[in-house]
Design a protein. Structure first.
Length: 265
């Protein structure tokens, strides 16, 4: 069986930046074991599989090299980029995912792709898990949590950029991952972050769209503004525009094609 494969760099306007995702569009679902094997072979943060039904709804699932992921923003952005490229007459798409529900993706006037996600604002923790305390080289003080991850708020960008992690300790937090964040010290961005997910996908994720559905409302409250620009400070780096509104978080970004080809499985 031959399948078309596209690799797209998401949350960037130039190749070799942002977060690469593979996209495979099929008429019906492949078996779970095959999708996981393809994702492991691709060895990217995520491979997105998309099936279009008769109503043109895009049913989407996401797989890291290790496991199926409940929610992935950058691979959704990559999937929309591929679909818009295949059907340039379209300006909006409807997606459906089990853990996220139904959501829309649109071409923004700016040229960015705009995704309408649920608000997943985290709650503050009174007790910090031991695995988190020993898993980061800079001790966490202010920690929040949602269904996806622990949110560690640091005082400076130097701390966010320099913090080291003990992956074996952080794996004990499964199914939760860890994001470290602080208010930006440069005028171009409102906040910065890094995302660690040794239990679910690998070491450090380059740019994580899903976690910004929690980061954006958290920082919107702390800063006092609803329209924010975020920078994920991985080695590749990526920029996300976030709007917090009416229980939703609108996340927008650019994307560029890196690869298109055929795989044989």
């Amino acid at each position: 069986m031959e399948l078309e494969l596209n690799v797209v760099d998401a949350f960037t306007d130039s190749v070799f930046r942002g977060n690469p995702a593979a996209v495979i569009i099929t008429d019906e679902w492949l078996c779970d074991a095959l999708m996981q094997s393809i994702a492991a072979e691709n060895n990217l943060s995520e491979t997105a599989f998309v099936v279009l039904d008769e109503a043109s709804t895009c049913h989407i699932r996401w797989f890291s090299p290790l496991t199926e992921i409940a929610f992935c923003g950058h691979a959704t952005l990559a999937s929309a980029f591929v679909l818009f490229k295949k059907k340039p007459e379209l300006n909006s798409l409807k997606f459906l995912a089990k853990a996220v529900g139904e959501f829309s993706v649109e071409k923004a006037e700016s040229g960015k792709i705009q995704m309408d996600f649920p608000n997943t604002k985290p709650d503050k923790l009174e007790t910090i898990p031991d695995a988190l305390a020993i898993g980061l080289s800079i001790p966490p003080v202010n920690v929040y949590c949602n269904a996806q991850a622990y949110f560690v708020i640091y005082e400076s960008e130097a701390e966010v950029r320099s913090v080291e992690r003990n992956n074996e300790a952080l794996k004990r937090l499964k199914p939760h991952d860890v994001v470290v964040t602080c208010r930006s010290e440069v005028k171009d961005y409102d906040f910065v972050s890094r995302y660690f997910w040794p239990a679910n996908g690998g070491d450090e994720d380059p740019v994580t769209g899903s976690i910004h559905t929690g980061l954006a409302p958290l920082w919107a409250e702390r800063i006092g503004k609803s329209n924010l620009v975020a920078f994920q400070a991985s080695k590749r780096g990526g920029v996300l525009n976030c709007l917090v509104s009416d229980g939703r978080v609108i996340i927008s970004g650019n994307a560029v094609q890196y690869l298109s080809g055929t795989i044989t499985v």
